[in-house]
Design a protein around this ligand. Sequence first.
Ligand SMILES: [Zn+2]
Length: 272
Amino acid sequence: MTLSKLMPVVHYVTLNSNGNNVYLVLGKRAAFIDSGDGTDGDTDKIVSLWRSLGSPHVDLIILTHRHYDHSGGAAKLANITGGRIASSFDEKSYIDQFYGSEVVHHVLEHGDLIDLDGALLEILLTPGHTLGSISIMYYEEKVLFTGDTILGDSNTTIMCDQGDMELYLNSLRNLQSYEIRLIAPGHGPVVRRPMVEIDRIIEHRLNRERQIFELISTQKNTIDEIFNSIYINLETELAHLAREQIRSHVVKLQREGRITSSTDGNIFHKVM
Ligand SMILES: [Zn+2]
């Protein structure tokens, strides 16, 4: 079992089932950031970390967003550690619905401060991956926990039924105004040059948007035509995700009035 220590007050485990990182921030009291999916072995791993630190009082189990690989272990973790489950308002109903009862008992808002007596956390709303995704700043060391908003070694997905590309880009631009020394993501290794990575993601998304806009301008007018012009030989699951990314960009372009769609919403044209 790997129990790693990121810095004196930040501890984490990487879980087996989906490679999620679960963090424990420890002042005199503790807070978890995310909870894994609740697979027994994974919950054991998180609980072992907590016990190895002397079973500190847990104020909150903070969930970065609704997705089950981040939120599915929260109720078990709450039962064992006594921590209260917290999420943003927009994610609460999805998480409660997943459990079939109200489990989120603390709603987090932008700018909320959580004082663990020796570590201060600040909640930042960073919608985009999902509409209520949050990031959490460990204030003293300027470490930003990003959930799936920024990943350690891949680009996140923006599904248009759960997230929003325009909000995502705005969230990244807002993050550029913070001092961030290290990003601790929900999956993958820590990001040691946060501002370079945030710039890269914004540029990557804007390049893709330009590419999609140009394709629509040159008579690639459906999601499939755009997809086939950009990607070759993607596996089925990746192809589905890639189509969703295109769709999210198309929604943004439509909203900006740069393209229009046919009444059935399947054919897109550049606005002249
Ligand atoms: Zn997610």
